[in-house]
Design a protein around this ligand. Structure first.
Ligand code: COI
Length: 371
């Protein structure tokens, strides 16, 4: 594959790296990239000034940035991010998946944090340009992709608690494999009884760094208990299941041809995942009943014990679909399907990955071809 140079536009300037990584070194790095530990060679930057709006998009070599210690984001966390992936297609091309959904969600997150909206066409132009410039960094191995991380933060140096007058948007990329250590396998989860992730009226539905910072003490507790991730319960009753770590959850009721997919309803405290939305649609396509509703720990525990709930899985861009095999808390300890990958999670995962890699039909027009 030869390098393609993204076309400049009235809103995009292009400066490629002067020292590209050679092909042999790139192949070595891409062999086992891990998740979010290796970065591509470019980034896109767009600066915003209140009263002037967004400046030009600059595609430039990936490099450190300088900020004053007084910069607002370091103090009051006016910052948000997105996550999507570019996939190597069966014909050698590259596509992203529903990028317009991420553009829309970023603007909803921004509204919650008093940050400016970025026009969706500028968001998609930035991502396309980065993917074209770093196309050789899109790995083609099983479960691999180029993870794309758009982010926006307050850049005004000031210590007053008020919205910043300046912001910077970046998109960076990261060739990645499986999210969880040990590859794709059923995970063990810890139901957090002491901590909650989000409360009504808060920022739970927004993809903001503060939600993730506030999750880390519970994540440590989960790891100390030998678990991979945290199950979050609602902040009011401490009974209703909301999310797993940074991912949405699904419960499979029934078996064989009689399947109901249940996922916690979007109450404002949950992240509206693009993968969640895609799974709801695939479930309908498969002829499953699909329900977005309240589901409690009591219902999960008893449904697992009497066999009415046959599977549970988490979903997100990073880890796609990951079955939950074992549930633990101070009072609970139960296994699901003996800890094995279930048939509904497998079928949804294969279909979704098939669409994303161009090997399965894409009836909803979700793929956005870039190369
Ligand atoms: C995802 O599932 O893609 C996430 O949002 C997790 C990410 C924060 C690594």
């Amino acid at each position: 594959m030869s390098t393609t140079i993204p076309a400049e536009s009235p809103t995009l300037s292009v400066e490629l790296t002067a020292h590209p990584v050679d092909a042999a070194e790139r192949a070595r790095l891409l062999e086992n990239p891990g998740f979010g530990a290796l970065y591509g060679e470019h980034m896109v930057r767009i600066d915003y000034v209140a009263g002037e709006g967004w400046g030009r998009s600059l595609l430039q070599p990936y490099a450190p940035i300088q900020l004053e210690p007084a910069t607002a984001v370091f103090h009051y966390a006016q910052a948000m991010f997105e996550g999507l992936k570019a996939y190597r297609l069966a014909d050698g091309g590259v596509a992203t998946f529903r990028p317009e959904a991420n553009a829309a969600r970023m603007n909803r997150s921004g509204q919650r944090l008093a940050m400016p909206a970025l026009p969706p066409e500028r968001f998609i132009e930035a991502i396309d340009a980065l993917v074209i410039a770093d196309a050789e960094w899109v790995p083609g191995g099983d479960g691999q992709s180029l993870y794309l991380r758009p982010l926006m933060f307050a850049t005004e140096p000031m210590l007053q608690v008020r919205p910043s007058k300046t912001f910077t948007f970046f998109v960076i990329d990261s060739p990645s494999g499986a999210y969880f250590k040990g590859g794709v396998r059923p995970v063990t989860v810890w139901v957090s009884e002491d901590y909650t992730r989000a409360a009504p009226g808060g920022t739970g539905y927004a993809k903001v760094g503060g939600n993730y910072a506030a999750s880390l003490a519970a994540q440590l507790e989960a790891e100390q208990a030998g678990c991979d991730g945290v199950i979050w319960l609602d902040a009011v009753e401490r009974q209703v299941i909301e999310e797993m770590g940074g991912m949405n959850l699904f419960f499979v009721f029934g078996e064989g041809d009689d399947i109901t997919l249940v996922t916690p309803e979007l109450t404002g405290t949950l992240l509206p995942g693009v993968t969640r939305d895609s799974i709801l649609q695939l479930g309908r396509d498969f002829g499953f009943r699909v329900e977005e509703r309240r589901i409690t720990m009591d219902e999960w525990r008893s449904g697992n014990a009497d066999g009415s709930i046959s599977e549970a899985f988490a979903c997100g861009t990073a880890a796609v679909i990951t079955p939950v095999g074992h549930v633990k808390s101070r009072t609970d300890d139960f296994r699901i399907r003996g800890g094995a990958f279930g048939p509904v999670a497998s079928r949804l995962r294969e279909t979704l990955l098939g669409i994303q890699h161009g090997t399965a039909p894409d009836p909803h027009g979700w793929l956005h071809r870039v190369v």
